[in-house]
Design a protein around this ligand. Structure first.
Ligand code: SME
Length: 164
């Protein structure tokens, strides 16, 4: 599984490489847990200043923690709660430069200062989210948003979501 990391200089390159790396990692695998685990690990390895990278999946009407890299995190989140639950209720990416200003933000790690949450859609329904935290303020931008939305689409198409 070892792949030599290119010499990444810019955030654009880091985003491009993350998309390419995830595409290659999930190309020959349809198990959704396997693919979420490798996606979280790839992003955590490639992007700088990521304190937590992982997934929550919709199960019985709430978000349940999935594969991730980082510290242990909140197990369940209600739709409409926190940044993750808001991404589900609004069916929209949440780009949060300062989590302390986000009403209802759920602090799994008190050190976190910025966050991005991207919904994963299957037939117009949100089936889960990709969640990234950072100790840096304003860590994530439209660059990361575009890359993660591409990754969410690739996972939606490339995984069997029936056997969670
Ligand atoms: N901060 C999130 C909770 C999940 S952790 O960041 C891993 C939220 O407000 O939904």
């Amino acid at each position: 599984m070892e792949v030599k990391m290119p010499n990444i200089q810019t955030r654009e390159e880091a985003c491009q490489w993350a998309v390419m790396r995830v595409r290659a990692l999930i190309a020959e695998e349809t198990d959704c847990v396997t693919n979420m685990a490798n996606t979280a690990a790839a992003i955590f390895e490639i992007w700088k200043d990521v304190s937590w990278a992982g997934f929550y999946r919709m199960k019985n009407g709430e978000l349940v923690l999935g594969p991730f890299c980082g510290k242990p995190a909140c197990r369940r989140i209600k739709v409409g709660s926190g940044v993750c639950g808001t991404a589900v209720s609004q069916k929209k990416t949440q780009l949060v430069p300062n989590v302390h200003e986000f009403p209802g933000h759920i602090a799994c790690d008190g050190g976190s200062n910025s966050e991005i949450v991207v919904p994963i859609f299957l037939n117009d329904e949100v089936i889960g989210v990709i969640d990234l935290d950072s100790y840096e303020f304003d860590r994530y931008s439209e660059l990361e948003q575009n890359a993660l939305e591409k990754i969410a689409q690739m996972l939606s198409k490339g995984c069997d979501w029936s056997n969670w």
